[in-house]
Design a protein around this ligand. Structure first.
Ligand SMILES: [Zn+2]
Length: 596
């Protein structure tokens, strides 16, 4: 198999620029500087007097500028990530990023000025037929208007953020990145030690698990202090702005009502036992223990073999899965392979992991992989390709209307993974191999759909209790253990050996109330997938592709209606959770067949 995975394709960035020496790069940078300045000279202080036609012209100018600006940024970034040891590539990225931030400064007035206009002016503009196209963009700009403070206060908040919120996040990140973990005399960083938790040897996993908690405990006084400051800092601002709850600002940014998130969180919690507890009971049996240790939740199963795939096989599996679902989606997907938009092999100096470059609506994205032929690599290809197709299907919305909405950004990717997972499963005739495949999938689903909600309850309680004063390191530990016990159940040991793990969850610090979005996205896709699989809706593929084109600009209450789904109802979330529960039923059946 190994020899098949040599000479894997690299991406061809010439759709952006011909190379690092392309003279067009300098020209575009200069154009960007000039046009931003001209824009400010032409429009600053004059928005209120613009007619609909003039405002339309203005938006077109912004959109045009974004097109080549994002090309510059994207090229610099993509050119760098495959060769991080190349000084020239690094310097180009640094240089372009700095210049673009600098050059865009004259246009900062735009958002502020728009938000000072009376609603009547906005309505007048929006009643114009051509301008109505930009309604999603204009509405998004105005969304925070009611929560804005006076210009003077905004200015102080902005400047002081360097020494308040931003400073705490920076202290958290810098301290975390310096943490050193030691196992058997060998030193590890963050990423390295978490890999040990996936080791086949339970002794290694135990040492790593205990070491992560030990180091966390050692740093708990500082991290507890930082967390208290971050929560308080946010609360001060939230109250001044008039947000009802600590979570409200995040929900507004996501364009999701508070009630929808509440319905999700509570529904997931009501399924802890049926899903997580039941799965960990099985997993304990498979690992040959009465209860699994906290750090063994993601441990590999001792009887599962590693399966490998060649690149060509993987492409075939994924594309066939896409084709079976929808020929149109397949067509969209094939471009990525035929036109060399994917960088496939791992290389020295290449960034790890995988991603789909967002870029601009006016151009196609690129996919970065580090393919070594593991089963997970096949699913990762399906995932990133899903992102890529999702981007392609949204291009008609234009650059200004499009934006990245965490709660639906993962629909196409997770759906693509699911289709591929199903075809892998179909190909599998051996019961043990089937069990391994499904167990891996369920393990991931629980980490996303269930665990992130346990995180959500932890942070919700921390923010709530902080209103009455600082939370001690002890109290934070207690809240953590309570939420972990509830979600993991009786077959997972939750004790002092995992008391300090909360401070490893970076999102609590740098993006409060973000974690639920993972569960939101996963449950949403599972619900959709179930509707599709069970044939509940006529012409599902066409409706689904239309949905993908609307995820950023549509209202969730509207865009899921064609599927008979209502995001505010527990029934919607339960549908997705039922899918995971069904897989666990299947695991129980297979377990009996294989192990008796
Ligand atoms: Zn993704």
């Amino acid at each position: 198999m190994e020899q098949n995975n040599q000479n894997l394709p690299a991406w061809d960035l010439s759709d952006l620029y011909s190379g690092i020496d392309d003279p067009q790069i300098e020209k575009d940078l200069e154009r960007y500087r000039r046009e931003n300045e001209a824009f400010a000279a032409k429009y600053k202080g004059k928005l209120a007097g613009l007619s609909a036609a003039e405002f339309y012209q203005l938006l077109q100018e912004i959109e045009e500028r974004r097109k080549y600006a994002s090309k510059l940024g994207e090229f610099a970034y993509l050119n760098m990530v495959t060769q991080m040891k190349n000084k020239e590539a690094m310097a180009l990225y640094q240089n372009i990023s700095e210049k673009m931030t600098d050059y865009s400064k004259p246009t900062i007035f735009f958002t502020l000025e728009i938000n000072q206009l009376p609603q009547s002016k906005i309505d007048e503009w929006l009643s114009d037929e051509k301008l109505a196209f930009y309604r999603p963009f204009i509405t998004r700009l105005r969304k925070f208007k009611d929560y804005e403070l006076s210009e003077a206060v905004e200015e102080v908040l902005h400047e002081k953020s360097i020494t308040s919120s931003d400073a705490w996040v920076r202290l958290y990140e810098e301290t975390s990145s310096r943490l050193v973990y030691t196992v058997d005399g060998k030193e590890y960083n963050d990423a390295e030690i978490s890999k040990l938790l996936l080791d086949k040897d339970p002794k290694v996993r135990e040492k790593a698990g205990k070491e992560i908690n030990r180091v966390s405990k050692e740093n708990a006084p500082l991290f507890s202090f930082i967390y208290n400051m971050i929560i308080k800092d946010k609360a001060i601002e939230d109250v001044k702005r008039g947000f009802k709850m600590p979570i409200s600002a995040r929900n507004l940014a996501e364009n999701v009502p508070d009630e929808t998130v509440k319905a999700l969180a509570e529904t997931v919690r009501s399924r802890y036992a049926d899903i997580a507890h039941r799965f960990y009971k099985l997993k304990a049996k498979w690992l040959g223990v009465d209860k699994i240790q906290y750090w063994d939740r993601n441990a590999p199963l001792p009887f599962c073999d590693d399966v490998t795939y060649s690149w060509d096989e993987s492409v075939k599996i994924v594309l066939n899965a896409y084709k079976e679902f929808s020929p149109k989606l397949y067509e969209t997907a094939t471009d990525f392979f035929n036109k060399n938009w994917i960088d496939v092999p791992p290389r020295d100096g290449k960034r790890s992991g995988a991603f789909c470059s967002g870029g601009s609506a006016s151009s196609h994205p690129y996919l970065l992989l580090n393919f070594v032929g593991k089963q997970n690599d096949v699913l990762t290809l399906a995932h990133e390709l899903g992102h890529g197709c999702h981007h392609q299907l949204r291009r008609e919305n234009g650059d200004l209307n499009e934006f990245s909405r965490m709660t639906s950004e993962e629909i196409a990717s997770v759906f693509g993974e699911m289709m591929t997972f199903q075809s892998l499963l179909k190909q599998q005739t051996d019961d043990k191999a089937k069990l391994c495949l499904i167990a891996g999938k369920v393990n991931d689903m629980i980490n996303t759909a269930i665990r992130q909600i346990a995180f959500h309850f932890f942070e919700s309680r921390a923010h709530e209790e902080r209103k009455n004063g600082e939370l001690s390191e002890d109290r934070l530990g207690e809240l953590w253990l309570e939420e972990m016990r509830q979600s993991l159940g009786d077959y997972v040991v939750v004790d002092d050996n995992s008391r300090y793990i909360w401070l490893q969850v970076g999102h609590f610090f740098f993006l409060p109330f973000y974690v639920y979005a993972y569960s939101f996205a996963d449950c949403l896709v599972n619900s959709l997938y179930k509707v599709s699989r069970d044939g509940e809706v006529k012409d599902f593929p066409e409706k689904y592709l239309h949905l993908l084109s609307q995820t950023a600009i549509g209202d969730y209450n509207e865009i899921f209606k064609p599927f008979g789904l209502d995001v505010n109802s527990p029934a919607f979330w339960n549908k997705g959770l039922d899918l995971i529960s069904e897989y666990i039923d299947e695991l129980e059946r297979l377990d009996k067949k294989v192990f008796g």
